[in-house]
Unconditional design. Structure first.
Length: 321
């Protein structure tokens, strides 16, 4: 466990914190103007992130999803349900708008599986089939289902495409489907389900663009943080609790009740306990919705994950045994 924590700190969390601090410092000294920061967000959301999602999803296969039906069902039902719980409760408890609730759910209700999945799980569990299986299934649900739902709710609430805001449910759906971060992962899932294998030779082309995803997204998150004072209030505490405690706790119970293999259960719980999805912060910054509280929730959750990760690994091992 100590070796795992040291690897996770050195190879995952410290680089994230350092790059975010660099972005924060660049914003504070006005090295980048607001318009330039929005260019970073557009680069990630419209190009780098869709490329990363496409590559990660098409590496899965249909047989993998069918043979692990329990894991697939728990991931699908659990992540979508908790996403919607976050969406509704932030409106109920903190009087947020529907658009703000959508962005909150994209942050507090979504793990950053696309950024940190392999980086966090590989040092502890290796690069075997099980690791790729868990990451692929969670990534498909987060990137091909909850992100499209979140963008639809954002547009329906008047926070996304202003031409679609509140006009009709159809317009909001159409505006969401126009976003590359929505239709690209849906296309990738469709290819997996019909059994079309994307040639491995295509990977380097997408990987080159996808590599900009994590670094630019974290740097842009730091720029966004610089524009706002970091808040430590009840809403940030609630979002952090929701992401680091409630979500992995419920998945631990569900996976244990379903009789998941011990190793699969551990990886699933740790995947769900990952910090908030950086894609939610990018969407928040691009549309200027829920930015201050969203970025504060991200910063606190990244630090909180250092404590939460070993606790959930330990509890999942106990449950699995």
């Amino acid at each position: 466990m100590e070796e795992f924590m040291s690897k996770m700190l050195v190879f995952d969390l410290i680089p994230i914190i350092v790059v975010m601090i660099l972005g924060y410092a660049a914003g504070k000294v006005n090295a980048f103007q607001a318009d330039q920061a929005r260019v970073f967000n557009k680069l990630v959301l419209d190009f780098a992130l869709p490329a990363a999602l496409f590559v990660s999803i098409v590496r899965a296969d249909r047989a993998m999803l069918v043979e692990n039906a329990a894991l697939s069902i728990i991931s699908l039902v659990g992540l979508v349900a908790l996403f919607m719980v976050s969406y509704f409760t932030v409106q109920l408890f903190f009087k947020r708008t529907k658009a703000e609730g959508a962005v909150c759910a994209l942050i507090a209700g979504s793990p950053t599986i696309g950024f940190l999945g392999y980086a966090v799980l590989d040092p502890l569990y290796g690069t075997g089939v099980e690791t790729g299986l868990v990451i692929a299934i969670v990534a498909i649900v987060v990137n091909a289902i909850t992100i499209p739902i979140g963008l639809y709710l954002l547009n329906a609430g008047g926070g996304g495409d202003k031409s679609a805001g509140g006009a009709s449910q159809g317009n909001a759906l159409l505006a969401s489907l126009k976003e590359p971060v929505v239709w690209v992962p849906i296309l990738a899932v469709a290819l997996v389900l019909v059994g079309i294998k994307v040639p491995d030779e295509v990977d380097p082309t997408f990987d080159l663009l996808a590599k900009a995803n994590s670094s630019v997204a974290v740097f842009a998150a730091g720029l966004t943080l610089a524009a706002y004072k970091i808040e430590l209030d009840w809403e940030v505490a609630y979002n952090t609790f929701f992401k680091l405690v409630l979500m992995p706790g419920l998945f631990l119970i569900a996976g244990w009740a379903a009789g998941l293999d011990s190793l699969i259960l551990q990886m699933l719980v740790l995947s769900v306990a990952l910090p908030p999805a950086f894609s939610g912060i990018i969407i928040s910054s691009r549309f200027q919705v829920y930015t201050r509280t969203g970025t504060s929730s991200l910063a606190v959750s990244v630090l909180g994950f250092i404590v939460a990760a070993p606790v959930w690994v330990y509890l999942a091992r106990l449950a699995g045994s």
